[in-house]
Ligand binder design. Sequence first.
Ligand code: GLC
Ligand code: CA
Length: 558
Amino acid sequence: MASEPPPSLRTGSWFRSVVFYEIPVRSFFDSNGDGIGDLPGVTAKLDYLGRLGVGAIWLLPFYVSPWRDEGYDISDHYAIHPKLGTVDDFDRLVEEAHRRGIRVLGDYVANHVSTDHPWFQEARRDRSSPYRAWFLWSDTGTEFSRVRVIFRDEETSNWSWDEVAGQYYFHRFFASQADLNYDAPAVRAEMIRYARFWLGRGLDGFRCDAVPYLFKREGTRSQSLPEVHQFFREVRAMMDREFPGTVLVAEANQSVPETIPYFGEGREFQMVMHFPLMPNLFLALGEEDPRRIVHVLRATLPAPGGTSWAYFLRNHDEVTGEHLSEDEREMMLWLYGRDPRAVLNHGLRRRLAPMLDGDDDRVEMMTALLLGLPGAPYLYYGDEIGMGDRLDLPDRDGVRTPMQWSEGPTAGFSTASPDRLVRPIVSDPRFAPSVRSVAGEEGRDGSLLERVRALLSVRNERAETFSSPLYDALELPGSPVFGFVRPGPAEHILCLYNLSRSEVEVQARLPAWSAPHPTELLGHERRLTVTEGALRGRLPPYGFAWVGFPRVPDPPPP
Ligand code: GLC
Ligand code: CA
């Protein structure tokens, strides 16, 4: 049975105060020994996620699919892939998550379907079928020539010839993913039905895939057209009416001016993934200079009333360089892409820990940065234990290897034999399960997992402050330290991050509000001292600090 979430889980702006965690179901935990992670596997690990401090999980597509693109190629929107479990397994996962106070987001893949989908199969066979109008066909494959090819390492055109149809069909991504025709009213109605179906089964919202591309118009780049915004306003209106408190998250990998409108003045997405910021975080770290972070945040904060940016360091795709300048892209490749196998499309297919040379201090600092920013932080599975990647696997598979639960040939992911796993386990000795695993790190003082858990615990305790949209950048001219204040109702939190490999002296005049008795919230108190109106101290290489100042009560009115 579909379950109603406990009402407390969906009140107000819950999405601004919790930490999200992204899970490719196939790679997380295999409950039945067939070598493939599944929904009961996620349920089995909810206690782990609860202990970590996660407040919401985002499940990658779990629908029926030939899996040519990690399930982003759906062939039945209304059924669970049999290898991942049953509808009962899904209901149980949602119910058990809710019981632990963890919300569940699904992935809403609206732009395209698998070419195996019965809709496409019927459309290509029968020109008189009503499904013919659900796709985009052409005799020449020359239309929409201004639309860029996204997977440029694998596809040369957005049109592919279909023998059966005797025409070209349009696809924004792989040729195995035919784009739907959103000018057909039946397509729009069907996609709203698909959203309603899973929300009705208890999902707390959707991360929406490839949002900008739904509508195509000749002579344009066919990105972020007004019709796209209109469609998602309709989806959102349905959700507000029928499933209050559920949320939409936009994957809109665009420039700053094209990304901001997805908040739609509070009537579209509650959260928008902050793609313009993500590569800049890595660049700033490599350059030991926070200015580019400050600039991007200045251009994008605050998110419009009631909404929130969604921040992430890494996800299941590449680190995108699409919206960087040529120079910036070169810099990113020079800093993080020395191994040519890491370069894919416009970016880098790497996990967090290997990008940062397996240095726990840097991983912890970048995670603390993510958690300190005004908005919703999204962690990528395995990054909390410093998991590595596999550059020998094709496409983005190398960042989607089985979660490392413990030592051993299958890393505790499955009881199947190692050669039957969905993907091979990380083999690089710096990141292999013998040195990087949940069992090896949980409860061990000073391990990355414990350090990340401590961060989440402070962030969750101080959710009231961290969920406020307020943020004031601190002026630290010429310093490699990125600093800002998060003003909250009961306290202000000062966040400082040393992006450099050297110990640095920090000196800052503190704003008028600063109370005389600050506390370092993470036990780093010896690093900083605060004297009347000024802060002084030293941050170690890649060190950081979160300093809490209780608010001075406002003076009584005269
Ligand atoms: C999104 C997904 C990516 C997928 C693509 C096509 O960008 O994040 O993994 O390949 O859409 O569905
Ligand atoms: Ca399985």
